[in-house]
Design a protein around this ligand. Structure first.
Ligand SMILES: [Fe+2]
Ligand SMILES: [Fe+2]
Length: 168
C-alpha cells in the first residue's frame, strides 16, 4: 500500500470509529427526548460507520495484525505504556484542574490497563491453563478478571453483577 493512501485509511478508520460512538450517544439523547425515529436513524448510521471502520481496518490488516505472539507482545507494550505514561499524565492534569470525575476515571483506567498488561504478560509466558476458560469484564471500569469475581471489582468497587462474561 502506498504511503498517502495508508495514512488516509488510518485517518478514515479513526474518524469512523469515533463517529460510531458519537452517533450511539446521539441516539441515546434522541431516545431520551422521545424522538424514536431519529434515535433509530442515529443507531442505523452508527452501524453503517462501524461497517466502514471495519472495511478500512481490513485494508490495513497486514500492517496492524501480525502473528499472535507478536500481537500479544504489542498489546502488552501498549497497555504498559498507556498505564505508565499517558494515564498518569492525564490524571495529573485532571487533578490540577480539579476535574475530580475525570481524575477518577483516568486513575481507574491507569490501574485497569496495568492489569490488562499483566494478563497479556501471563499469556506471553504461557502461564495459562490448557483448558479455554471465560473472562469477566467490569462494565464500569473495564477491569478484566480470569476468575469469577466473588464480591466487588477490585478497581472501581462495582458489584459482581456488573461483570460481563466473555465465554469461550
Ligand atoms: Fe486495556
Ligand atoms: Fe470495575
Amino acid at each position: 500500500m502506498k504511503p498517502k493512501t495508508t495514512k488516509n485509511i488510518f485517518n478514515a478508520f479513526i474518524g469512523e470509529a469515533k463517529a460510531y460512538f458519537k452517533l450511539l450517544a446521539y441516539a441515546e439523547k434522541a431516545a431520551l427526548e422521545g424522538e424514536e425515529q431519529i434515535a433509530l436513524l442515529f443507531n442505523a448510521i452508527a452501524e453503517a460507520e462501524r461497517v466502514h471502520a471495519t472495511r478500512q481496518l481490513n485494508l490495513v490488516k497486514e500492517i496492524l495484525v501480525k502473528d499472535t505472539a507478536t500481537n500479544l507482545e504489542n498489546s502488552f507494550e501498549q497497555e504498559k505504556s498507556i498505564s505508565e505514561n499517558a494515564y498518569p499524565e492525564f490524571l495529573k492534569e485532571a487533578e490540577e484542574e480539579k476535574e475530580m470525575e475525570a481524575a477518577r476515571i483516568f486513575s481507574q483506567a491507569r490501574d485497569v490497563e496495568g492489569f490488562h498488561a499483566k494478563l497479556y504478560e501471563r499469556a506471553i509466558y504461557k502461564i495459562i491453563k490448557k483448558k479455554v476458560e471465560a473472562y469477566y469484564v467490569c462494565q464500569v471500569c473495564g477491569y478484566v478478571a480470569d476468575k469469577k469475581i466473588r464480591k466487588v471489582c477490585p478497581v472501581c468497587g462495582a458489584q459482581k453483577e456488573k461483570f460481563k462474561t466473555i465465554n469461550p
